[in-house]
Design a protein around this ligand. Structure first.
Ligand code: ZN
Length: 154
């Protein structure tokens, strides 16, 4: 079971990677500010965001200095690997939002793909190792059943 503080550290590690910061500096168009500083998300752990929703990001376009909140389902924390995958996926949503790629295609469409490729250059494609979504493990299934007793293998 990965801890919330570990996930926060991981989110900072990913968000502040030099190539992501450089990309944001060059491509952020959401705000009249060019300097995106404090947009690594805070981590909020809830019992569940939904039977298939491992995480969701809360963003506000009005204020450049408002820190996004990444709400995570407790059951995804059963797998360190998958919880970290969700952090990368949601950080891609932050990049998508900051660069206004949410105006290109759907929430998981073309604009999201551009952002995911920046955040997860090795895992942005569809398939077994993809950061497009989380992957079921026996530990996750067990944890999901606590909150969603009728759930089946995903
Ligand atoms: Zn998503």
């Amino acid at each position: 079971m990965i801890r919330q503080t570990t996930l926060k550290k991981y989110a900072d590690e990913v968000f502040y990677r030099p190539h992501i910061q450089k990309y944001l500096k060059e491509n952020v168009s959401r705000f009249p500010f060019k300097n995106v500083k404090n947009w690594s998300p805070e981590i909020l752990v809830s019992d569940t965001c939904g039977v298939n929703t491992a995480g969701q990001i809360w963003l506000n376009s009005k204020y450049a200095d408002e820190i996004p909140i990444l709400e995570m389902s407790k059951w995804i924390l059963a797998s360190d690997k998958e919880a970290k995958r969700v952090v990368r996926h949601e950080i891609a949503h932050i990049v998508q939002f900051l660069c206004k790629y949410d105006e290109i295609g759907t929430w998981h469409g073309r604009g999201f793909n551009i952002a995911l490729k920046i955040v997860s250059p090795k895992n942005y494609k569809r398939g077994k190792h993809s950061d497009r979504g989380w992957h079921e493990t026996s530990d996750i299934l067990k944890a999901r059943k606590v909150f969603h007793p009728l759930t089946k293998v995903r």
